[in-house]
Design a protein around this ligand. Structure first.
Ligand code: ZN
Length: 455
């Protein structure tokens, strides 16, 4: 039998094992794993690792903050950058307008994404305060393939505890998975007000207005409400041990609680906010990047499965938008978010696997396999017969110095400027199609598909 494409002589790395074999691809799927396979096209992967395509379940493409500020990667530029970094599936968000039904919001978001995505994608449904009156729509949203629901404890989307209780109950009844941004918004608002009133207006005061202890408190409160309701809960963007402690305590009680961290919490510390001028404003994100010591805690949490997956919270804003908070002398008006979508998978290899913190199998588990399982991405995240041929040929020796020159994200800065990583994707396949190879892009806008997820 001749396959459409064969990846030959690579070292396959899965969540469970590493071994030498060829992969035969027919159409969009993996059709065989074995020795001496023949294909109409063959790619020699000698000396390379072959992994499942990486999955990033937390990204914000072309997200509007109002006032004309929109995250700068659109669904094409962002998914193209993702592909260069070895990511073949993302999950973004629906934020329905106040007067709009959740399904109408989903249709609008799909209309933005469908013509542009270069890789497959799913969507989380946001339940904000306006959605509390629409909770009877949750089962229909779940049936439409949005199996996970985003709840915020901060910003204008913030849900109070009574609203959290109602939202978690509705998601439980529909069989969905709630995901949460956990911070103590009341405390944050007071600290921001006090700092600004005292003339403490620079980005240095951003992390000091969003304390770790209260992030842990908020996560613990959300976990407790979820336990009371009887629903699993996934904690977004964990950057501090205070929150890890709440997650591990819940897991030790046998609760289905999971957590994630992101590259910005692993590779940077809060000294970034002391950089002069707009440079200190660029890395503003929430929860903030934490003091030295916390990144090491997050690496250990990943090694010990205290945190289960790595995502990015990719949400780039250009320098001119970040500048607004500097010009206003108000750190709280800096649009929050950083770009990380392209470097996540290689950076986790370079600083996690190469530094001996965890194995290559654990790397694949956290970036590919576990996210697919947790978020209902059927057919993704594994190298196995019948699964989508979403694959990465990864050169473990290739060095790349991260900068706006080397990265493809549509934003005029990167928080990782000058950091050199060892290990980089040399080819990325999405459903059997080589969409990025040796720095060239072969995908097309709109070739990605919306995935109706099931849990
Ligand atoms: Zn986010």
């Amino acid at each position: 039998m001749t396959f459409d494409l064969v990846i030959k002589n690579g070292t396959i790395v899965t969540a469970e094992a590493s071994y030498r074999a060829d992969i035969g691809i027919s159409g969009e799927r993996i059709a065989a794993i074995g020795d001496g396979l023949a294909g109409a096209r063959e790619i020699d992967a000698s000396g390379k690792l072959v992994t499942p395509g990486a999955i990033d379940v937390h990204v914000h493409m072309q997200m509007s903050l109002g006032g004309g500020i929109i995250s700068s990667d659109d669904f094409f530029s962002g998914t193209r950058a993702a592909a260069f970094g070895g990511t073949t599936t993302i999950i973004d968000f629906v934020e329905p307008a106040p007067e709009q039904s959740m399904l109408a919001g989903l249709a609008d978001r799909r209309a933005e994404a469908d013509p542009r995505v270069a890789i497959d994608y799913g969507l989380h449904m946001t339940i904000g305060p306006h959605e509390i009156a629409k909770l009877e729509q949750v089962p229909a949203v779940f049936a439409a393939g949005c199996a996970s629901f985003k709840l915020y404890m901060a910003y204008g989307f913030r849900l109070t505890d009574d609203q959290l209780l109602k939202a978690l109950t509705a998601v439980r009844d529909a069989g969905g998975l709630p995901v949460i941004h956990a911070e103590n918004w009341d405390v944050i608002c007071v600290l921001i007000e006090q700092n600004l009133a005292a003339g403490r207006t620079s980005p240095h005061w951003h992390p000091r207005s969003r304390p770790e202890l209260l992030e842990g408190e908020a996560a613990g409160r959300a976990i407790d409400i979820a336990e009371f309701v009887g629903v699993p809960l996934h904690i977004f963007h964990v950057g501090c041990q205070a929150t890890v402690n709440r997650i591990t305590a819940a897991r030790a009680r046998g609760l289905p609680i999971t957590g994630e961290t992101c590259p910005q919490y692993l590779l940077l510390d809060d000294s970034v906010y002391d950089r002069p001028g707009v440079e200190g404003a660029l890395p503003v994100c929430a929860p903030p990047i934490r003091p030295t010591g916390e990144p090491q805690n997050m690496w250990q949490a990943l090694a010990r499965d205290h945190l289960q997956i790595v995502t990015t919270d990719h949400c780039p804003f250009v320098k001119a938008d970040k500048m607004r908070g500097i010009e206003a002398n108000d750190f709280s008006r800096i649009p929050g978010g950083v770009p990380s979508i392209e470097c996540r998978f290689p950076a986790l290899y370079s600083f996690g696997v190469r530094n001996g913190i965890f194995s290559a199998n654990r790397w694949v588990e956290m970036c590919c396999t576990r996210p697919a399982q947790m978020f209902g991405l059927t057919g993704k995240g594994r190298i196995a017969v019948g699964f989508d041929a979403d694959l990465v040929l990864f050169d473990p020796a290739k060095t790349v110095t991260l900068s706006t020159e080397t990265l493809h994200e549509k934003v005029d800065w990167t928080p990782y400027e000058g950091i050199t990583v060892t290990g980089w994707p040399v080819a990325t396949l999405s459903r059997g199609e080589v969409i990025a190879e040796n720095g060239e892009f072969f995908g097309a806008p709109g070739r990605g598909r919306f995935i109706e997820r099931e849990l």
